[in-house]
Design a protein around this ligand. Structure first.
Ligand code: CP
Ligand code: NVA
Length: 303
C-alpha cells in the first residue's frame, strides 16, 4: 500500500504538484460557478477537529466536502474526548478508522505531526501556531488569477513572524519567488530558520518597494492573546496604509488572510480599497481546498 500523503506544511508538496492543484482549482471553481455537480468524493467523510475558533476554515472545508458529494463532521476540543486528555495518538487511530480524511486546527505543530503518524488517512493542517498552508495555497491561486504565475515575483510581508508568514516563506522556496519581510525588532526570531528566498528589512517602507503583493496579518494570533497590549505598542509602525501601498508597485495587490483589524495591521482605506483582493482570497479557500481534498484522496485526477 502506498504511504498516506498528508498536508501538514507547504513544503509537503512539490512545484509540479502545486501546478496540478492550481489547474484543478481553476476547473473545480469553474464547475461550481456553472452550478455543475461534481461528486468525486461521494460517501467519503471528512473529520474536522478544531482546538481554535474559525469562520472561513470550517465553512470552506464543510461546504467544500458537501459540494464534492461527501460529508463533514465537526469536532471541537470542548465537546470531544480530546478536551479531556485522550491521547492524540489514540484519537488518530479511532478517527482515521471511521473517516477518509482529517483536518485539524490546533496549537503546536507537534500535535498534528503526532496525529498524522498514527492516522490511516490523509491529515490536513487547518492552522497551527507554526503554519497555515491552506491559506497560502488559496492566496497563491488568487495571485495567479489576478496576475499570472508567481515565479520570479516579490511578496512583501509586513508585521508578525507568524504561521501565515512562515508559510509564505516556505512557498517562496518551493515555487521560486521572493519574500521581503519586515517585522518589529525582536520578532524576526520567529521567522522560519531554514529557508533562503527571503530578505529582511528593518524598515517596512523599504520592504514593500517593488513588491507585486503586500500582505499582512493580525498583530496577535490565536493563542497569544496575553501579549496583545505589548504587541500593539511594538507593531505601531507596521500598519499597511495608503502611503505604504504607494511605495509598492503601482499594480501591487493587497492580501490579508482575515479576520482583519482595521486601524491596526491595515487601514480601512487599504483593505476596502481597489488593490485589495481579500474577498477573493476567502472565496478561493473553498475552491483550492476542494482541489486539495480531491488530490489527497484520488491522486492526480486528469482534466
Ligand atoms: N483565514 C482563516 O483561516 O480564517 P478563519 O480563522 O475564520 O478560519
Ligand atoms: N495568524 C492568525 C491567522 C488567523 C486565520 C492566527 O493564527 O490567529
Amino acid at each position: 500500500m502506498a504511504a498516506v500523503r498528508h498536508y501538514l506544511q507547504f513544503r509537503d508538496f512539490s512545484r509540479r504538484e502545486y501546478a496540478h492543484l492550481f489547474a484543478r482549482t481553476r476547473w473545480i471553481k469553474d464547475q461550481f460557478k456553472r452550478y455543475r455537480r461534481y461528486w468525486p468524493l461521494e460517501d467519503r467523510t471528512l473529520a474536522m477537529i478544531f482546538e481554535k475558533q474559525s469562520t472561513r476554515t470550517r465553512l470552506s472545508f464543510e461546504a467544500g466536502m458537501h459540494q464534492l458529494g461527501g460529508a463533514a463532521i465537526f469536532l471541537s476540543t470542548r465537546d470531544s474526548q480530546l478536551g479531556r486528555g485522550e491521547p492524540v495518538e489514540d484519537s488518530a487511530q479511532v478517527i482515521s478508522r471511521m473517516c477518509d480524511l482529517v483536518m485539524i486546527r490546533t496549537f503546536e505543530q507537534d500535535v498534528i505531526e503526532r496525529f498524522a503518524r498514527h492516522s490511516r488517512v490523509p491529515v490536513i493542517n487547518g492552522l497551527t501556531n507554526a503554519y497555515h498552508p491552506c491559506q497560502v495555497l488559496a492566496d497563491l491561486y488568487t495571485f495567479i488569477e489576478h496576475r499570472g504565475p508567481i515565479r520570479g515575483r516579490t511578496v512583501a510581508w509586513i508585521g508578525d513572524s507568524n504561521n501565515v508568514c512562515n508559510t509564505w516563506l516556505q512557498a517562496a522556496e518551493v515555487l521560486g519567488f521572493k519574500v521581503n519581510v519586515s517585522t518589529p525588532p525582536g520578532y524576526e526570531d520567529g521567522l522560519e530558520k531554514d529557508v533562503r528566498n527571503y530578505e529582511f528589512f528593518a524598515d517596512p517602507k523599504r520592504a514593500v518597494k517593488g513588491a507585486h503583493v503586500v500582505t499582512t496579518d493580525v498583530w496577535t494570533s490565536m493563542g497569544f492573546e496575553a501579549e496583545n497590549q505589548k504587541r500593539k505598542k511594538h507593531f505601531a509602525g507596521w500598519q499597511v496604509d495608503a502611503k505604504m501601498m504607494r511605495a509598492a508597485r503601482k499594480d501591487a495587490l493587497f492580501m490579508h488572510c482575515l479576520p482583519a483589524h482595521r486601524g491596526e495591521e491595515v487601514s480601512a482605506a487599504v483593505i476596502d480599497g481597489k488593490q485589495s483582493v481579500v474577498w477573493d482570497e476567502a472565496e478561493n479557500r473553498l475552491h483550492a481546498q476542494k482541489a486539495l481534498m480531491e488530490f489527497l484522496l484520488l491522486g492526480k485526477v486528469k482534466p
